[in-house]
Design a protein around this ligand. Structure first.
Ligand code: ADP
Ligand code: MG
Length: 291
């Protein structure tokens, strides 16, 4: 099974939201990491067949998804970023409603919704109204609805929003079991989510994939670019202005800086082990200018 993106592009007027992306996805968990405005949601909506590309194509096992229509929807699960819940439905009713929309027969839907409520740990509140749920509970219900038709391709737009650390671990375990023979793509702007959940990462900026690879591959790319430098406090500002400082820690009247730099920033700088966070910061040095 394969999902192939072929020069996928989306323009909104003069704005290029997704800029000629080509890649192939086979079963596994993929993380789409990028700041707000990078183009993640636009890309995912095209992968779901909801948004028509300006140019380029999405192929599921060599067939254009737009020509597959309902056949593609049957293998697709999607959690939109701004998912609308029906506040007066109970969790169980909500899943039955979504199942009906997906054309899943009632008996199958009952069985699957019970199982999924258990999977996302909502069995004990199945009869409670969604409006009484916390952000994390709603998000888990959203994940359950995306799984109702046992999809081959699962697309989750910012699924960790509102989840607490325990729920994140649960999501990771759920997805890695599930992705054994399926394609799972999730987006986030939180580096540690990707580190914890995904096998392969796409680092997205301004509609393009700047980097793609396994976390180990990406980290080897950042190797030799992370330095620790201890400076007197009065020099701190100078370094913050002239270098990418990933982190700083005060130690008496000195400051320990973590600097991202392709070359040794100062003779006393000591090389350190790179993390995905360092790599991300090296591509998004400031929050400004990300779009
Ligand atoms: N329907 C739309 N009309 C116009 N511009 C849009 C529309 N959707 C997204 N954009 C623009 O495209 C860019 C990418 O947005 P989006 O895909 O939502 O990014 P992300 O999900 O990474 O935050 C942004 O600059 C956004 O303003
Ligand atoms: Mg988005």
């Amino acid at each position: 099974m394969e999902l192939s993106l072929d020069r996928l592009t989306k323009h909104f007027g003069s704005k290029i939201a997704v800029d000629c992306i080509s890649t192939k996805l086979t079963p596994g968990v993929y993380g789409l990491l990028g700041a707000n405005g990078a183009g993640k949601t636009t890309l995912m909506r095209m992968l779901c067949g909801i948004l028509e590309p300006t140019s380029g194509d999405v192929l599921y096992d060599s067939q254009s998804i737009l020509s597959m229509g309902g056949e593609y929807r049957n293998v697709l699960g999607y959690l939109p970023q701004d998912f609308g819940y029906y506040p007066d439905y109970s969790a169980q009713e909500f899943l039955m409603y979504v199942a009906a929309l997906k054309g899943i027969p009632r008996r199958t839907a009952l069985k699957r919704s019970h199982k999924l409520l258990d999977t996302v740990d909502l069995s004990n509140v199945a009869a409670k109204k969604v409006k009484t749920f916390s952000g994390g509970m709603k998000q888990r219900l959203g994940i359950a609805q995306a799984l109702l038709n046992n999809p081959k391709v699962l697309i989750l737009d910012e699924p960790t929003a509102g989840l607490d650390p325990k729920e994140r671990v649960r999501l990771r375990n759920l997805l890695s079991d599930f992705a054994h023979d399926r394609i799972v793509l999730l987006s986030t702007h939180i580096v540690s989510d990707i580190e914890a959940i995904a096998d392969k990462v796409f680092l997205m900026k301004k509609g393009r994939f700047l980097l793609q690879g396994t976390i180990d591959e990406l980290l080897s790319d950042a190797k030799g670019k992370v330095w620790e430098l201890i400076v007197p406090e009065r020099e701190m500002r100078k370094w913050e202005k002239s270098a990418t400082v990933a982190n700083l820690r005060h130690d008496k009247d000195r400051v320990v800086l973590r600097i991202i730099s392709a070359s040794q920033p100062a003779p006393e700088a000591i090389p350190c082990e790179a993390t995905l966070e360092d790599l991300y910061l090296s591509y998004f040095p400031t929050e400004e200018g990300v779009n």
